[in-house]
Design a protein around this ligand. Sequence first.
Ligand SMILES: Cc1ncc(COP(=O)(O)O)c(C=O)c1O
Length: 493
Amino acid sequence: MPETSYHMSPDEFRRWGKAVIDWIAGYLERIDSFPVLSSVEPGQLRAALPPAPPAEGEPFGRILADVDKLILPGITHWQSPNFFAFFPANASGPAILGELLAAGLGVQGMLWATSPAATELETHVLDWLVGMLALPEKFLSTREGGGVIQDTASSATLCALLAARERSTGFASNRRGTDGRLVAYGSSETHSALLKAVKIAGLGEENLRLVGVDERFAMRPDALASAIEQDRRAGKMPCFVCATVGTTSSQAIDPVAEIGRLCQQHGMWLHVDAAMCGTAALCPEFRWIHQGLELADSYCFNPHKWMFTNFDCDCFWVADRKALIRTLSVLPEYLRNPATESGKVFDYRDWQIPLGRRFRSLKLWFVIRHYGLEGLRHHIREHVRLAQEFATWVAQDDQFELAAPAPLNLVCFRHCAGDAFNQALLDRLNASGNLYLTQTRLDRRFTLRLCVGQTHTQARHVEQAWHHIRKEAAALQASAADRILRRSEGPGD
Ligand SMILES: Cc1ncc(COP(=O)(O)O)c(C=O)c1O
């Protein structure tokens, strides 16, 4: 009697695998045609789904048809060339195929021994990236440092803070807990991932200092120095600074060299978060953003933001891998193996919070090999050029103003008519489906952000965005003028 099996057969897999690839290719080909922002109501998808799962398996074709019918309307199209919101999470053909292969191999690479290729490819690609971004050589795995792929920049910040906590307490707080004396520093523009890390690492929210910024929204080293002095005088132990190369609000670049010198003076760990902007350093002309990085203890950037590598992929380097490993390593009997015991291999479970890990380096390797350094540089330069062009249009229009310097591919701007007008303008633009922008507050004023970083964004998309922005602003002004006119004429009879 044949054994009962509900599994997908290899032939079915081949057939539907090809259908899914065709589906993705078709989706990406027509992605311009979708309203960028999903307009479903809360609960709409759940109301359309059956209350209970199927007792019997369903044909795969029916499942795929439901993706079109049920899922697509609830998708905000991050891969649309008209997506200018937040920072991008861009993707590309080679990265998607790398993800697929990683899924096909189904590797869980927690230890070198659980798939040597997964570990060694990761180490190698991260060493390549040290050269590609001209990072300090101390981050190389062939020196005292090394790189590891984290899921996100938030995890990188947390790992860095934990290692800093341990280094500054002689690796004792892991055993005894912190005594409330350790202090971490960022700026008022640092990503909220730092606050989360401080909470998780047990420093306590009251031991996070968010120091002031200058007129370019970059951390003020003098403010940092006085915060450190004040804490020292109060008997605290300053242990960690997170500097940002490209803040989330406005892409401000903190003065890493001056911050680094303060860290050295006070024996503090310097982590540099370049989640979005690090990619720019592929191009020699943008490497100024990393000035002072030789003073950092750790550094991260997200290929999943701007380097055409599907989410999730954050590259994180430390200058002294021993500090990180000593902080995060635990070795139960069931994980013991000869390779680990030999001391000749990296076990990346010791470089991150979870035990298990995906084979993420495959997609990164595919991207780097597909584009080559010159291909990557070409597209990054083009994004920066388009953003700079947009900034010029804003600066030349007397209805609009730039709200911050635009060093790379993010433009912060606003209409001169004030906060309520800008909020209404943003709402109209996003409701139109033609593009997606998000907002921030700079100097307490409502500010629109336009980031050019989507894989397929071209000049025409940025031109159309500017056209829509001006058109909606004019329409909004006309309706406001109309309202005022009607009010001044008073109620008719
Ligand atoms: C500067 C910076 N740091 C950290 C993050 C958090 O990124 P992730 O989602 O990778 O944790 C962001 C997200 O936009 C960011 O801009």
